[in-house]
Design a protein around this ligand. Structure first.
Ligand code: DX5
Ligand code: ZN
Length: 227
């Protein structure tokens, strides 16, 4: 199997909301590669989480690259604010109601931020294909978005191979494919074997007795699956 560097991103959604700055510092000290921030509008998903000001907070309290997942019906209305708040990657849903997906991806890239698309478990891989050339990262949801702490829908992983194949066919060899939802040390090998190179984990990392140990164990599981 092709050896890929695996990126691990704790998801702030699972942190203690009374100590968010401490959670950012904890993730950085524990060896996370990036921090994943889930913004939800209560319309695209049946939950409301936090807004751009929490991105600004994370930017102030830690140095990790900020990986922002927009679960918004109208992501185009908020990307400017999310970028100004300090996002390094902005991912929005291919199922969302934006007027021009390619233009929004280009707008994010033109701002010096990595653009990406997210697809829900039920959405087929080819929904991404018209836009794959514009994407720096794809987020393959392995739970229905809106809440942390759910069990992984493993069938969703089968899309990754088709995404990788199409990306290679159009010359996007640097595409990162990230998995999000139910990622634990136990499910990590499935994600790596499916072709993922980035893992978002909320509850399995923020609920761990020691996040640094949990990240080390997740990295070891990923390395073993890459052999
Ligand atoms: C769900 C979010 C995920 C979630 C992951 O809508 O997009 O990032 O926080 O949480 P766990 O790892 O607990 O499934
Ligand atoms: Zn997410």
């Amino acid at each position: 199997m092709k050896q890929r560097t695996v990126t691990i991103l704790p998801s702030l959604l699972a942190a203690d909301y009374g100590y968010l700055a401490d959670a950012c510092r904890l993730a950085e000290a524990a060896g996370a590669d990036e921090l994943h921030l889930d913004l939800m509008d209560g319309h695209f998903v049946p939950n409301i989480s936090f807004g751009p000001d929490i991105i600004k907070m994370a930017r102030h309290y830690c140095k990790l690259p900020l990986n922002v997942h927009l679960m918004f019906t109208h992501p185009h209305k908020y990307t400017r604010r999310v970028i100004e708040a300090g996002a390094n990657t902005v991912l929005f849903h291919v199922e969302a109601d934006q007027p021009d997906t390619a233009a929004l991806l280009a707008e994010i890239r033109d701002a010096g931020v990595r653009p990406g698309l997210t697809l829900n478990p039920a959405t087929p891989a080819d929904a991404l294909f018209p836009y794959l050339k514009e994407c720096g990262q794809i987020l393959c949801m392995t739970v229905n978005p809106g809440y942390g702490g759910q069990l992984m829908i493993e069938e969703a992983l089968t899309k990754i191979a088709a995404i990788r194949q199409h990306a290679a066919a159009i010359g996007n060899d640097t595409l990162s494919i990230m998995v999000d939802g139910g990622v634990t040390t136990a499910t990590t090998p499935l994600c790596i074997a499916a072709g993922a190179d980035a893992l978002v984990a909320g509850s399995s990392l923020f609920n761990a007795p020691n996040m640094a140990t949990a990240i080390t164990e997740m990295r070891s599981a990923a390395a073993a699956a890459s052999l």
